[in-house]
Design a protein around this ligand. Structure first.
Ligand code: PLP
Length: 375
């Protein structure tokens, strides 16, 4: 099988899996217990917490462990806005649903929200952002790298600067950025990350907070995670996450991944000359978003899957039959393009040989569809 859907999830790293299983055998206590089994688990939990923060260059920050990025994004919006009781926040139309859905809920329940547009390259318009700012704007949330297109907000520094000049805290969903781009994360105020996109396990994520940022809890319980997120901590999950962050930031292999992406682009263009690559000049190496005109991505994906290749049509969360990519739609205004876009996402374990095999299979699939049409 050729697995080119690493933005949906990655296979767990073998060494990390083994270390995680050992930690489950050896540090299985409840970190809140006061006996030695509990203390051992607590020690591992705290070591993992400081490990993640120092790998990301944020040694003085706070880390709230969660069940993944969906929960972290919900916590960022609900938890931060609850400290303000009312007010206005800004986000972007191309965000992941775990931002858009809570944002829509909040905008119908006491808060005001602005959903910024993007241009055809997925970029926020700085002037539109400036004019969206109000006296009561307290939060801006935008993803550093879009999960469907791999597009980076090129002007992120200016956007963050404008927000801060206006007393607005900035949250970034950095799920697709960690380990794929080198950033001074301390520029932000709240950061969402998740383990299963970087070789770690599913069901563990974090919300990272600048020390001055306060949140209200959204899960009440036993007072864990500074009373922000109740529930017995996933000790071995956080441990595995800390190993995954350390491993990926110390060995990103961006040039190798970029080389594979460039190869795929050349091949796809030869096979489908009118293919459109989304986010040219502003996307990260590991995600390639391509619109194949007149080929419904669902059909292409299932045919590729049948031949042993896993890719996706935008996000793995688009599980509704009628759904189309809201990201491509926001960029192009075309529902047709949004249905014809495929996401190929790589990781450092992929190889050029797999890319060559992909090109061969992709060419055969396109050929078969064309034959079927002309029959
Ligand atoms: N944010 C982005 C940008 C993502 O790509 C994903 C995963 O698809 C999520 C949030 C949700 O992550 P999780 O599966 O950890 O809840």
């Amino acid at each position: 099988m050729i697995y080119f859907d690493n933005a949906a999830t990655t296979k767990m790293d073998g060494e990390i899996l083994e270390a995680m299983m050992n930690s489950m055998k050896n540090s299985w206590g409840n970190p809140s217990s006061e006996h030695s089994a509990g203390e051992k688990a607590k020690k591992l939990l705290e070591k993992s917490r400081t490990g993640i923060l120092s790998s990301l260059g944020l040694p003085s920050w706070k880390l709230i462990a969660t069940s993944g990025a969906t929960e972290s994004n919900n916590l960022a919006l609900f938890g931060f806005l609850a400290t303000h009781k009312k007010g206005h926040f800004i986000t972007v139309k191309t965000e992941h649903k775990s931002i858009l859905e809570p944002a829509e809920y909040l905008s119908e329940n006491g808060f005001n929200a602005t959903f910024l547009n993007v241009d055809s390259n997925g970029q926020i318009d700085i002037d539109e952002f400036r004019s969206a700012i109000r006296d009561d704007t307290v939060l801006l949330s935008f993803s550093f790298v879009n999960n469907e297109t791999g597009i980076i907000q090129k002007n992120w520094r200016e956007i963050v600067k404008i927000a801060h000049e206006n007393g607005i805290a900035v949250h970034t969903d950095a799920v697709q950025a960690i380990g794929h781009v080198d950033v001074e994360w301390e520029q932000f105020d709240l950061i969402t990350i998740t383990a299963h996109k970087i070789g770690g396990p599913k069901g563990i994520g974090c919300l990272l907070l600048r020390p001055s940022v306060s949140l209200s809890p959204i899960i009440f319980g036993g007072g864990q995670e500074n009373a922000i997120r109740g529930g017995t901590e996933n000790v071995s999950g956080l441990y595995a996450f800390s190993l995954a962050v350390k491993k990926i930031v110390s060995d990103m292999r961006l040039a190798e991944i970029q080389q594979m992406k460039d190869f795929l682009k050349r091949e796809i263009k030869q096979i489908v000359p009118n293919a459109v690559f989304n986010g040219v000049g502003c996307s990260i190496p590991h995600i390639l978003s391509v619109t194949i005109p007149d080929f419904d991505s669902e059909n292409l994906i299932s045919e590729l899957d049948f031949k042993g290749v896993c890719v996706s049509g935008g996000s793995a969360c688009l599980n509704n039959e009628n759904a189309f990519s809201h990201v491509i739609y926001s960029m192009t205004g075309s529902e047709k393009s949004a249905r014809e876009t495929m996401r190929i996402s790589l990781c450092k374990e992929n190889t050029l040989a797999e890319c060559e095999e992909f090109a061969r299979i992709f060419s055969a699939v396109i050929c078969d569809f064309k034959k079927l049409r002309s029959a």
